[in-house]
Design a protein around this ligand. Sequence first.
Ligand code: SF4
Length: 253
Amino acid sequence: MQHGPLRNAYLDALGIDRWVRRDGPAETAIEALAETPAVIEAAPPAKPTAEAVPVPARVREPLGPITDWGVLRERVASCTACDLCKTRTQTVFGVGNTLADWLIIGEAPGGEEDRQGEPFVGRAGQLLNAMLLAIGLPRETVFIANILKCRPPGNRDPKPEEVSNCLPFLSAQIALLKPKIILAVGRIAAQNLLATDAPLARLRGKLHHFGEANTPLVITYHPAYLLRTPADKRKAWDDLKFARATYQRLVTN
Ligand code: SF4
């Protein structure tokens, strides 16, 4: 967990107001926010509803057992299973700590990610870093991946057949990583992981589960959306606190 000026700087980046005691020194933002009526009203339930969700049905042929990150990386890099291989600069496998407890899942590479070969770079990436650091997770301590490993032209939404072709790679990443918790950012990631058309607003604030390992899954907004809609940063902060509390329950039980 980050403390002091550094964490405050990241909370500022998130657009979260910091609270100062009238009769004392500045309080930590996380605990202080819990005392703010508006946050209490918007906070997820203390005992979230657990929803077991089946593995999405539209997954292509299994890749077969892959027990090595290098082999999986090569399989992704050489993949031509959908038309996105024709327009990509390179595949974007994912980045981070392969021993991480936390897996962050986004939608698909954008233009900068396609050029750099890394997910969540640019302004959205900086905001994601700020969101993670606000709950004590430097970027290098988590693993970050996308539903799609290749950029859809013009950043359009992924097509169902693209998702069905690419999801096995994500499932293989999850099988290797064995994360304790997944944080899905954005509607596209959430809907595809949960195989639902439900709007993001109905998916937030609940504990879901994903895949054969029944990995706990929490949903929040995509940082690119938050850059366009800063008013929802407070809801995202609620989601992050919910995810952090869920993780802490998991590791202490
Ligand atoms: S998006 Fe996924 S399935 Fe399609 S070519 Fe890229 S790696 Fe293969």
